[in-house]
Design a protein around this ligand. Structure first.
Ligand SMILES: Cc1cc2nc3c(=O)[nH]c(=O)nc-3n(C[C@H](O)[C@H](O)[C@H](O)COP(=O)(O)OP(=O)(O)OC[C@H]3O[C@@H](n4cnc5c(N)ncnc54)[C@H](O)[C@@H]3O)c2cc1C
Length: 385
């Protein structure tokens, strides 16, 4: 039996924060937008610490009740337990309730009349007869939808959709759990090859003697988390055993190409995440704005060709590439350091007046701090020793 096909201006695949925010941006400018989300609810089982910068918090005018904890201080621990602590005069970041945030992004899209279908998994995408076409599984039935342009905002799972990128992207695993814990006020970051080789572990307070504890690693995430929870700095303050553990892949680099004839790829699906920390909320939302501007231009010209849509990639790479590249260089060098070298690095940073540089560094934009660490600490001092 032939499937009935429904037509819209824009189809968005994925109602994470980036998909919903793109929907909001386009619907408020008058387009007929439909969003497909495979989960039965928005924000279901999200695996995220929920840290966003003050810049992001203000830009999106987030409600106070979404904030679990404002963050004003950070403590970085070397492998031997040497601590570099930074205390700011005002919050530089916020831990937000990710579930509530995702729902809010979708609510504002709905307020502009974008329609979201839940329990709607997109099985296939294709460009057919001058349209972006998807096959969606809704209520045990396959349906076909067409639009003039499509936006893929599926998070890391992009490569699972036939017709999209087929190669698995180089990635880390982000593993995390919620715990009850005493005496945590700062964001705590732990370095060292025992904790997370080439990366870091974290304890992030979320209020009421609770925290999110997690780490980023390339292999064996469960083993590393188990050992991190037994780390004496952490274990002695733990009040209860870890609750549900969540683990998901996080891209380590952007994809080669984030556009094609009649479609754009945004958010984590395109690798729009910080190469230093894996944070992807803010970069994804900024790119959603760029994608929406590009799509509006395409509608004005009635031109959805690959050539026209390539402007999206040029624009977002201009904004993010310097950051992504700097982060990648730091990560490559850092991943080769021994525990002794990391110890020395933190010691040097403490003695060497890194604080004025940190004071001038924005929470989202790390390029200047990275270039200081590379030029001043690693190359001049650490590697010479
Ligand atoms: C442990 C961990 C901690 C993190 N902490 C932070 C942090 O503190 N700060 C920060 O900024 N970032 C953090 N991140 C990254 C952040 O969570 C992501 O960058 C962000 O969720 C990306 O948003 P998105 O909308 O692009 O994708 P997602 O949030 O992944 O949303 C994609 C949506 O698409 C849906 N979908 C997928 N495939 C289909 C399909 N075929 N059909 C229909 N729907 C589909 C999914 O169900 C999902 O709802 C963390 C990540 C991890 C793993």
């Amino acid at each position: 039996m032939r499937m009935r096909t429904k037509e819209h201006d824009v189809i968005i695949v994925g109602a994470g924060p980036v998909g919903s925010y793109t929907a909001y941006q386009l619907a408020k400018r008058g387009l007929d937008v439909v969003v497909f989300e495979r989960n039965p609810t928005i924000g279901k089982d999200v695996n995220c610490t929920g840290i966003i910068s003050t810049e992001c918090y203000k830009r999106y005018n987030l409600a106070d009740e979404m904030v679990l904890k404002p963050i004003q201080s950070i403590s970085a621990y070397s492998p031997s337990g040497n601590c570099l602590r930074y205390q700011a005069h005002a919050p530089f970041a916020y831990v937000i309730n990710r579930n509530m945030f995702d729902r809010e992004m979708n609510r504002i899209a709905a307020g502009e009349r974008a329609t979201t279908y839940l329990n709607a998994r997109v099985k296939e995408t294709a460009i057919v007869n001058d349209a972006f076409q998807v096959t969606v599984r809704i209520d045990e039935e396959d349906m076909e939808y067409r639009s003039r342009v499509g936006v893929i905002a599926t998070g890391f799972e992009l490569h699972q959709i036939p017709g999209m990128v087929s190669l698995p992207v180089e990635h880390f695993y982000g593993i995390q759990t919620d715990v009850s814990i005493k005496d945590v006020n700062d964001i705590e970051v732990y370095f060292g090859n025992q904790v997370a080789p080439g990366s870091f572990g974290w304890v992030v307070p979320v209020g009421n003697n609770s925290a999110k504890i997690g780490l980023l690693v390339k292999n064996s995430p469960s083993e590393y988390l188990k050992s991190f929870l037994q780390n004496p700095f952490v274990a002695q303050r733990l009040g209860s055993s870890a609750k549900k553990i969540k683990c998901s892949p996080l891209p380590l680099r952007r994809i080669q190409k984030s556009y094609g004839e009649r479609f754009l790829i945004v958010g984590e699906a395109a690798g729009q995440v910080k190469t230093t920390t894996g944070g992807g909320i803010y970069f994804g939302l900024l790119c959603a704005e760029i994608a929406a501007d590009m799509i509006m231009k395409a509608f004005e010209k009635s031109d959805f060709s690959e050539k026209t849509l390539s402007g999206y990639e040029k624009a977002w790479r201009k904004r993010l590439d310097p950051e992504l590249k700097a982060g990648k260089i730091l990560r490559n060098i850092y991943s080769r350091l021994s525990d002794q070298q990391i110890d020395l690095l933190i010691d040097l940073a403490k003695r060497d007046g890194v604080f004025p540089v940190i004071n001038k560094t924005d929470f989202d934009w790390h390029k200047d701090l990275i270039s200081y660490i590379l030029r001043h600490l690693i190359t001049k001092k650490l590697l010479r020793k």
